[in-house]
Design a protein around this ligand. Structure first.
Ligand SMILES: NC(=O)c1ccc[n+]([C@@H]2O[C@H](COP(=O)([O-])OP(=O)(O)OC[C@H]3O[C@@H](n4cnc5c(N)ncnc54)[C@H](OP(=O)(O)O)[C@@H]3O)[C@@H](O)[C@H]2O)c1
Ligand SMILES: [Zn+2]
Ligand SMILES: [Zn+2]
Length: 359
């Protein structure tokens, strides 16, 4: 049985100023009031996501400060509300980038709760309660989340390997499945990073015929092949798209697409009515396109936000059955400043996971 954490005060590593975004200091913070469907998780590990960096650097706008990032959280349930039916104290569980939604709208009732207009993200989000409680993330001792957003971790999966699945894994699994990845399909994955290295593995696990990886890093070729790519294309080369024009059913883009030529080139590799789904959320706007760039093959450009609980559970099941595993290095949580720096500098192969070290 896990030892208890305080039910009124959690403690985490926080950024106080977006200009000093590697300088974390410990803070105590109060979670939202505990309700009937809530679960408190004593955190053991938390992955470091590219979104943590966008948030603490102010790339997506000024965050609420101080801010404790982290939304790839795993640990043990230490307190469960009176209405919780699927989780009991002591269970191995995790939380991704969302911890609450209205549970009542059409999206929430249709396994699309990540698209609920009242969604609460795991950090930097305010609850709709009277206190307007600010959510704080997983570089911390504990997290409080609604049962719908707490995922049981399969026994076969080490907790530290489960952590990055809950944002990076789910964010690519959902658009792969929703856009028909499977037998008979040729899929492209842009970027070999935290999200990208899962996308390659899940495309393979879903039995796509071809998994073409687009990368700007020639050094990642061998890694991409080991992860399951059938071909690796370097986007820095002029005309990189030419051998692939009109061939792909679907592209999942996990990297910043900085210029029009790159985006135009990627779109041209799609079959008629093929789709490019942009899951990366860079600080900058997308480059401009002429509508003729989309018209030539009737291509579609879209987006996708994390995934639903239903998808999280099927993803974890598939990962166990097909041996999908993140490539991780585990460091003490106090090294979160170095970890976010390394993510920003593109130095991680391919996910850093923080191990709880707060007394
Ligand atoms: N939609 C959602 O719900 C959601 C959820 C989670 C994360 N995200 C977003 O997804 C993005 C990726 O997150 P991550 O955690 O995978 O980050 P990451 O591990 O840092 O991966 C960064 C990616 O960017 C590419 N890259 C690095 N330097 C680059 C450069 N100079 N030019 C172009 N590409 C470069 C890398 O691929 P190569 O070296 O192979 O080119 C790598 O795929 C972030 O924008 C994050 O906010 C979105
Ligand atoms: Zn994330
Ligand atoms: Zn809703």
């Amino acid at each position: 049985m896990p030892s208890a954490v305080s039910t009124t005060q959690f403690r985490g590593y926080a950024i106080h100023d977006t200009k000093n975004w590697t300088s974390f200091k410990l803070i105590d913070f109060e979670p939202k009031p505990f309700e009937d469907y809530d679960i408190d998780i004593k955190i053991e590990y938390c992955g470091v996501c590219g979104s943590d960096v966008h948030t603490i650097t102010g790339g997506w706008g000024k965050p609420a400060l101080p801010i404790v990032p982290g939304h790839e959280i795993v640990g043990k349930a230490v307190r469960v509300g009176s209405m919780v039916s699927s989780i009991k104290v002591g269970d191995r569980v995790g939380v991704g980038a969302q911890i609450c939604s209205c549970m009542n709208c059409a999206h929430c009732k249709n396994d699309d709760e990540q698209y609920c207009p009242k969604r609460i993200y795991t950090y930097n989000s305010r609850y709709h309660n009277a206190e307007r409680t600010l959510s704080q993330g997983g570089y911390s001792t504990a997290v409080r989340a609604h049962e719908q957003f707490v995922f049981p971790i399969p026994d076969e999966m080490p907790l530290e390997e489960a952590a990055p699945m809950l944002c990076a894994g789910l964010t690519v699994y959902s658009p792969l499945v929703r856009n028909g990845a499977g037998k008979g399909k040729k899929v492209g994955i842009v970027g070999v990073g935290g999200l990208g290295h899962f996308a390659i593995q899940f495309a393979k696990a879903l039995e796509c015929d071809d998994v073409v990886v687009f990368s700007h890093s020639p050094k990642k070729r061998d890694d991409a092949m080991t992860l399951g790519a059938t071909d690796v294309v370097f986007t820095c080369k002029d005309g990189f798209e030419e051998p692939l024009v009109g061939q792909l059913d679907l592209i999942i883009c996990t990297a910043n697409v900085s210029d029009s030529a790159l985006l135009r080139g990627l779109m041209s590799t799609l079959k008629i009515h093929g789709r490019l789904i942009m899951v990366a959320m860079p600080d900058e706007s997308l480059p401009s396109l002429m509508s003729t760039d989309l018209a030539m093959n009737g291509a579609l450009l879209g987006g996708s936000l994390i995934g639903s609980k239903k998808e999280a559970l099927s993803m974890l099941d598939l990962a166990v059955r097909k041996g999908v595993k993140p490539w991780i290095d585990v460091v003490p949580m106090k090294d979160c400043g170095k970890a976010v720096r390394a993510v920003k500098d593109g130095k991680i192969r391919y996910r850093r996971v923080l191990k709880m070290d707060i007394e």
